[in-house]
Design a protein around this ligand. Sequence first.
Ligand code: 8NA
Ligand code: MG
Ligand code: MG
Length: 344
Amino acid sequence: GPASLSRFRGALVAAVLGDCVGGEFEGAEEVPMERVLQHLNSLDDETKGTGNLDYSDDTAMARCVVRSILAHAGYDERDMAHRFAKEYGESPDRGYGTGVVHVLKKLSSSHLSDVYQPARDQFNGRGSFGNGGAMRAAPFALAFPKLADVRRFARLGAMLTHSCSLGYNGAVLQALAVHLSLQGALDLPQQFISRLITEMEDVESDDMSRKDARILKEAEKPFCDRLHRVRDLMDRSKVSIEEVISELGNGIAALHSVPTAIFCVLHCLEPRECLPENYGGLERTIAYSLALGGDTDTIACMAGAIAGAHYGIEAIPQSWINCCEGAEDADVTAERLHVLYHQS
Ligand code: 8NA
Ligand code: MG
Ligand code: MG
């Protein structure tokens, strides 16, 4: 049913899974589906030991978001910023973006009067438009039942590192996609995408979003523009990987990866010729995300969260869970988020 425990567990665990299995191909320009399937098949080989695939920055930061929200039963900007900085200090080699590390170093200072300031100073005051805010946005949808809260806190949580509207609006879009999926909205894919467009029309209507879009020479409402492309691609019976990459992107910008992740989920709701017949929807989504290449860990992580919220924990192969560092932990914390969500 809507917002069931299985959906919470599915969302958080599949996000970790996407990150861990996607790491293999991060930054690769072309990833043949054969290589993806080989990689995924190797997860069934139990001799490889458990937890052998490490998670990256995506999961490291999402865990901070989850723990901060649980500790404060809500959003606390100072605590979350502090956790990001502490996590980075303890494990700096998780594959963070080259810009965001400067923010994380500044956030470790205890006498910071405004925790959003380091992010604002990035890229000559323009802020980062990377997908680092979006990759950790799913927990906001699992903590706050009201859509307005999901929008508000996903935005603020992203602004701790990403102050460009094309960065934090990507986080809002990702959180909204998880929010809707959790309610069962992917049962009606056309309505799902329409509702996202309607929300993003509003999200992207403020002065800052319009100004950033103009400066970066993007469409008036960049995420809405991409979601319309997602809808066009959805309506087509056959779509090549090359077309998906050229229409939506597979890069480290939120604009070139969040709509892509959403498309991966929608495209894989049905069986596809290029994917094994014995795969369920969640397995298809992860495999398809990896085959796009580019920022594979992050796209698979975001697609995993949305798909996991739709299919639930039962759809995730146990052998895949066993291979991924942090998957068991995500499963446990998902239960605590489920309790918090239903208390609100
Ligand atoms: P970020 O904030 O450092 O942004 C990532 C990159 O995007 C920056 O290093 C810049 O190159 C570029 N960028 C962002 N904003 C601007 C701007 N306003 N002007 C010019 N350039 C800009 O890091 P993040 O947290 O957003 O991370 C994004 C992704 O990069 C994540 O997927 C993360 O895993 C990371 N990453 C990617 C790779 C890879 O090979 N694809 C490798 C390591 C890390
Ligand atoms: Mg990563
Ligand atoms: Mg990445």
